[in-house]
Ligand binder design. Structure first.
Ligand SMILES: *Cc1c(COP(=O)(O)O)cnc(C)c1O
Length: 409
């Protein structure tokens, strides 16, 4: 009997306009990996990344030594920020920096925002946001004597404009949400939520960690004030790659971030007394930029520019749709529940499956070369990165998951 679902995967792969890009990844079918389904947690490396890192160490680090700083390294945070803005964020030049970690940039931008609205004592956020977002804001609230107003989101979906409208008021300084929810994959209506928050006079901060490089983002068009995100998920920047921060042009000069280090100084190398913030988005910087960790981004942004974010999104919708189909056919009869939106318009780049006892399967899955993402207590996230994942790979992964589940029943 032919496997109809496998034939579908083969047909989808054959028709995939981005399929040829898989060969540009290091060992997409190599090592012991049968199916990598966690591109939303740590993207795979490009072949070019290995080459660029080697070249950088030999030619730039060893060859240029300290001259590298004035040769161009110091421009990387803004230059890569501009490129990222153009390729993936819908942001005009001069509003994005690559720096720090998402957690640290969240702190810097949130603190800057609440300090810029001193008459307003509330920050609105949701209970299902990524832990670091919640923790950072709890710290800032304690530091500044602010009240956190928690929106209870449905764990199967996520934050809605109606919930935001019912919560923001003239005491709200800032709203913070994730564009794509890390658990359910819910894709928030950022443009509408932004409009509602602004109508109440609040500033908006979006965490784009799970949308950048997977879902089209239009920060300038949506009128977003502030945004942060990772570069090691769908942007394949590598473990611990720096984050990015967006600060809308009109707010630069008004918002002051709290970690006033020398790299955000107007004249870093004058080493003068007292801090004077740099002009523009450079003021978001604090210390020496993590140059080595930015090397991979050059190759990744080239690839994303070549592919185009709209094509990436189109493939992503097909990949998650196909994963849902396999889940319905193979896994639902084994007690697995889909806990992500079924409407592709409301879904980001990953889907989450739930079944009590999933934790016990993880070891078997890894032994069989299948690497999904596990979320306590009983969720498995399937995050097929569109640039590096084939439909056949999704088929292989979920087929192993089915076999392992059957054995454990
Ligand atoms: C992955 C992720 C982070 C990670 O922050 P780090 O500082 O890089 O550890 C933050 N927020 C969201 C929504 C994420 O998905």
């Amino acid at each position: 009997m032919t496997d109809e679902l496998l034939s579908r995967a083969e047909a989808l792969d054959a028709a995939d306009p981005l399929g040829h890009l898989r060969d540009q990844f290091l060992a997409p079918d190599g090592f012991d990996v049968v199916s990598y389904l966690d591109g939303n947690s740590l993207g795979r490396p490009l072949r070019a990344t290995a080459r660029l890192l080697d070249e950088f160490v030999r030619e730039q680090w060893a060859g240029r030594l300290i001259r590298g700083w004035t040769d161009g390294w110091l421009d990387w945070p803004l230059r890569l920020g501009d490129r990222l803005g153009a390729v993936a964020l819908g942001a005009a030049a001069g509003q994005v920096v690559v720096a720090d970690s998402t957690t640290v940039l969240l702190y810097k931008l949130s603190r800057a925002a609440v300090d810029a609205r001193p008459g307003r004592r509330k920050v609105v956020l949701d209970t299902d946001n990524f832990p670091t977002d919640r923790y950072v804001l709890e710290g800032i609230a304690a530091e500044r004597g602010l009240t956190l107003v928690w929106v209870e989101t449905d764990p199967l979906t996520g934050i809605t404009p109606e919930q935001v409208a019912a919560t923001v008021d003239d005491e709200t300084a800032l709203v913070l949400f994730s564009h794509v929810a890390y658990r359910s994959g819910w894709l928030a209506d950022a443009a509408e939520i932004n409009r509602i928050a602004h109508a109440a006079g609040a500033l908006t901060l979006w965490d784009l960690s799970h949308s950048v490089g997977s879902v089209p983002v239009r920060l300038d068009d949506w009128g977003v004030d502030l945004a942060v995100g990772c570069t090691y998920k769908y942007l394949n920047g590598g473990p611990g790659a720096p984050a990015f921060g967006y600060l809308r042009r009109e707010l630069q000069g008004e918002l002051r971030q709290p970690i006033q280090g020398w790299m955000g100084h107007r004249a870093a190398f004058e080493m003068g007394p007292g801090h004077e913030p740099a002009e523009g988005v450079r003021a978001l910087l604090s210390g020496t930029p993590p140059i080595l960790a930015m090397v991979p981004l050059h190759a990744n942004l080239d690839m994303l520019a070549e592919a185009g974010i709209e094509a990436v999104r189109a493939k992503s919708v097909l990949l998650t749709g196909y994963a849902l189909e396999l889940a319905d056919r193979w896994l639902a009869p084994l007690g697995v529940e889909v806990v992500s939106p079924r409407d592709p318009e409301q879904r980001g780049g990953h889907v989450t499956l739930r079944r009590p006892g999933f934790a016990d399967l993880l070891e078997s899955l890894w032994e069989n070369g299948v690497l999904p993402d596990y979320r306590r207590p009983d969720g498995i996230r399937i995050g097929p990165a569109p640039l590096s994942t084939s439909f056949a790979e999704v088929h292989r992964g979920l087929s192993v998951l089915r076999t392992v589940l059957e054995k454990h029943l």
